[in-house]
Design a protein around this ligand. Structure first.
Ligand code: AMP
Ligand code: GLY
Length: 433
């Protein structure tokens, strides 16, 4: 089997690593890939948004299945383009991807089908949005409707910052057309959990839960990032919560999409807040989470192509997934300054010792291969994942590895997984999720 992975981050490096462990996969292509991915896959210099060019590549090389990493190509309809040309591709159609591509659409869907989420109002007129802000008060969350590279969600503690956020999005157009419409949303208190599930449009097969660390600095301080680390399992995610999320969130969402004529296949990612009133959806994503996938996929024993094929064949009900019982922790090593300005081109040392390791997996994100070196080329540079009998020991193993990898201006959070350690409960370990 020949597989193409579209994208160039840590998520795609994780997909390529998992595929490289599958004896049924003969060749992996990545477009565009990165410095680490190029070890296991043939990297082709085609951007993720060049849909027809990617389809040409697939036809020319007899690639059997394409897996899409990032949301942008999905939201732009790459699945529709490939399917029109008779090519197998894993991911939702353009209509399906709107669940991530338009926050207003996602919120209306949740309202219509009684899927638990934060209260909200949608606005296209800034004056009306500001009026609502004064009636509602703070805290409040201001969200640009469209895709904004993870920056369009602004939780605001006070009215001044909320007013500023509305003006930045709707009047200054900081996120372009993505801010033509905004959602003003009730601020939810609680802890976040990421639930990713395979779905063929009818059947649902969840992956193990994970928790991301969105803020740049320790103790959840500083600006939001793409994610600075993750761990799995998640002790607060009890079997009761798992059942409730399956019935009230995942199953209702998949049924709702089918009902709306948008049968959804691929990965459905529910970003949840576990509030005192139960789990509520903060956001949907239409693809694997990053860095969540860097802890979830290493825990999966089953080959990735088993669920991928089952989604494409619409027989997900006929398979199950096996999981390693150990915990996994991923620490993201970033370029100092990320998510703001940072320098690139720094030589990365200390990677060789982990090249053939089964205990430490180093997933490349912003890296580039030069003649004989790997250099930094992005904000998030590497994801370092280790295992442990529990989260505490997985944390120790990951940080021990991180300390052996060096590049100028390397930055990482020092508290990944700490919240879980105090909560690590027997219950969630027994459940193995
Ligand atoms: P998103 O880009 O939609 O993933 O949102 C980024 C982050 O903003 C989330 O991971 C939460 O930490 C925070 N957030 C989003 N919506 C809410 C909400 N309604 N209440 C509290 N925090 C939120
Ligand atoms: N880690 C959050 C995301 O993938 O959107």
């Amino acid at each position: 089997m020949k597989i193409l992975v579209i994208g160039s981050g840590g998520r795609e490096a994780t997909l390529v690593w998992k595929l490289s462990c599958d004896e049924h996969v003969d060749k992996i292509y990545a477009a565009p890939g990165n410095g680490g991915i190029s070890k296991a896959a043939e990297c082709v210099d085609i951007k993720a948004d060049a849909q027809e060019e990617l389809a040409d590549l697939v036809e020319k090389n007899g690639i059997d299945i394409t897996i899409v990493g990032p949301e942008d190509p999905l939201a732009n309809g790459i699945v529709d383009v490939f399917e029109k040309r008779g090519l197998l591709i894993f991911g939702p159609s353009k209509l399906g991807a709107e669940i991530e591509g338009s926050k207003a659409f996602a919120k209306e869907l949740m309202k219509k089908y009684k899927i638990p989420t934060a209260g909200f109002r949608t606005f296209t007129d800034p004056e009306k949005a500001l009026d609502h802000l004064h009636d509602h008060g703070a805290p409040i969350v201001v969200k640009a409707d469209g895709l904004a590279a993870g920056k369009g969600v602004i939780p605001c503690a006070d009215l001044t910052s909320a007013k500023q956020a509305i003006e930045n999005i709707m009047l200054s157009k900081n996120f372009g057309d993505a801010g033509d419409k905004i959602v003003l949303e009730e601020y939810l208190e609680g802890e976040e959990v990421s639930i990713l599930a395979f779905t063929d449009g009818e059947n649902i097969l969840p992956l193990v839960p994970s928790q991301d660390h969105k803020r740049a600095f320790d103790h959840d301080q500083g600006p939001n990032t793409g994610g600075m680390g993750a761990y799995s399992p998640v002790p607060i995610y009890t079997p009761e919560l798992d059942r409730c999320v399956f019935d009230e969130i995942l199953a209702r969402t998949v049924r709702a999409m089918a009902n709306e004529g948008r049968r959804y296949k691929g990965i459905l990612y529910a970003g949840l807040m576990i509030t005192k009133d139960g789990p509520k959806v903060i956001e949907y994503n239409c693809r694997f989470g990053d860095p969540e996938l860097q802890v979830v996929l290493p825990r999966m024993v089953t080959d990735l192509m088993v669920p991928v094929n089952a989604v494409l064949n619409k027989n997900l009900n006929e398979i199950s997934l096996a999981w390693r019982p150990e915990a996994a922790v991923c620490v993201v090593m970033a370029s100092k300054g990320y998510p703001g300005k940072y320098e690139k081109g720094k030589v990365i040392n200390g990677l060789e010792q982990f090249e053939h390791s089964d205990d430490v997996l180093v997933f490349h994100a912003g890296t580039k291969r030069t003649d004989d070196q790997i250099i930094t080329s992005g904000g998030r540079v590497l994801g370092v994942t280790s295992f442990g009998a529990d989260i505490q020991s997985a944390i120790q193993n990951s940080y021990a590895a991180v300390k052996q990898i060096r590049f100028d201006n390397a930055y990482y959070r020092t508290d990944i997984g700490h919240k879980a350690v105090s909560r690590e409960s027997k219950e969630s370990r027994v459940m193995g999720v």
